[in-house]
Unconditional design. Structure first.
Length: 361
């Protein structure tokens, strides 16, 4: 027969409960797991261990010294990309909602925290063992800022071998590499998902995988990324020369005159070293590639699933308006019928090396 607790033991237990502040939930007494957002768009640690069905308490701290806002959203297995797409689809409502979509795939989420802020988040993990992704849904961050909660699943011994956490890109050989080449790195005037491209003829450009659009270009040396790669990857790479031309600040493509509701990066491929970027815009798939013919920059679009008119704002500030292989060009804006969207090539004449640029367009 089990002995009943003594009066002293019962008194200590009652006093411990009474000592808790009124209104404080029981989980507040649990020791939280600390998760930090740090410079370089990273979670520290990028992996958490838990038990299936556990009510995990996470103390989330934004310790990013670059003053970036961050959140942490824990989602169901395999749902990270879908939740990022839903966050992007919030559009103008995103800031008010902290870029957290109300979808069943979201298990728990923090507020969008400014640098120096912190918050405790209760994560009611499902009873099923699994790998539950965690991701920052602030626009452009989730491409590289993610991690995982391992609940009842053994995690790989080394982070380098774990497919559920991001891997840093290898340091590039700066300026000595043969052109063309493509580098994933942090660039100025772009989201953390920027991609730098070095083309023949000392032509360089920044294509941004966050908003899926061309940003700007420069001539001459490619990159000085020493500051970026000698630390923990949090510093911006420096351009080899000042920005020479730039694309419009808004997404350049319209279907039927409408602004897109959803844009998502699908990846890129190289053909003879020349890059082609693939992304979806609503229900359409687009391939956008770049190459050089002497001092002419060729920008090629291939569309899939088009049944209405398309316009492309093809203007690049400080360069002359391009010519196009299809459609009608009016002051740098190209209009296309559905039958003309299969393969469209824009041709931009680049100034001679060392020449001053003309007036802005």
């Amino acid at each position: 027969m089990r002995a009943r607790p003594s009066g002293i033991v019962r008194w200590v237990a009652v006093m411990a409960v009474l000592a808790m502040p009124v209104g404080v939930p029981a989980w507040a007494a649990e020791k939280p797991t600390v998760l930090r957002a740090v410079e370089g768009l990273r979670y520290d640690p990028p992996r958490l261990q838990a038990k299936p069905g556990e009510r995990l308490v996470v103390r989330f701290e934004n310790a990013d010294t670059t003053a970036q806002p961050h959140n942490v959203v824990i989602v169901r297995p395999g749902a990270r990309e879908a939740v990022l797409a839903a966050a992007l689809a919030l559009g103008a409502e995103g800031p008010a909602r902290g870029y957290v979509p109300v979808v069943p795939e979201v298990i728990a989420a923090s507020r969008l925290l400014a640098a120096g802020e912190s918050e405790s988040v209760v994560v009611p993990l499902p009873a099923e063992p699994g790998i539950y992704p965690m991701v920052c849904t602030f626009p452009g961050h989730g491409v590289i800022m993610f991690g995982a909660v391992y609940a009842g699943v053994e995690m790989p011994g080394r982070e380098e071998d774990d497919p559920h956490v991001p891997k840093p890109p290898p340091p590039p050989r700066i300026d000595s590499d043969p052109r063309p080449m493509v580098r994933r790195t942090f660039l100025p005037l772009a989201s953390p998902a920027a991609i730098a491209v070095a083309l023949p003829g000392d032509i360089n450009l920044c294509w941004d995988a966050g908003p899926c659009r061309l940003r700007y270009g420069w001539f001459g040396p490619f990159l000085d990324a020493e500051a970026h790669f000698k630390g923990k990857g949090q510093a911006l790479a420096r351009l080899g020369a000042p920005v020479a031309w730039s694309a419009p600040d808004t997404f350049p493509i319209r279907f039927g005159g409408r602004l897109p509701k959803h844009v998502a990066f699908r990846g890129y491929a190289l053909q003879s070293g020349m890059p082609t970027f693939e992304y979806s815009v609503d229900d359409h798939l687009i391939n956008e590639g770049f190459s050089v013919d002497d001092r002419v920059l060729l920008r090629r679009f291939r569309f899939t699933g088009v049944s209405e008119s398309v316009t492309i704002d093809a203007r690049l500030k400080s360069l002359e308006f391009p010519t196009a292989s299809q459609g009608t060009m009016t002051e740098g804006v190209l209009s296309l019928e559905p039958s003309e969207t299969v393969d469209v090539v824009l041709r931009y004449s680049m100034p001679p090396v060392g020449a001053a640029l003309g007036p802005n367009k």
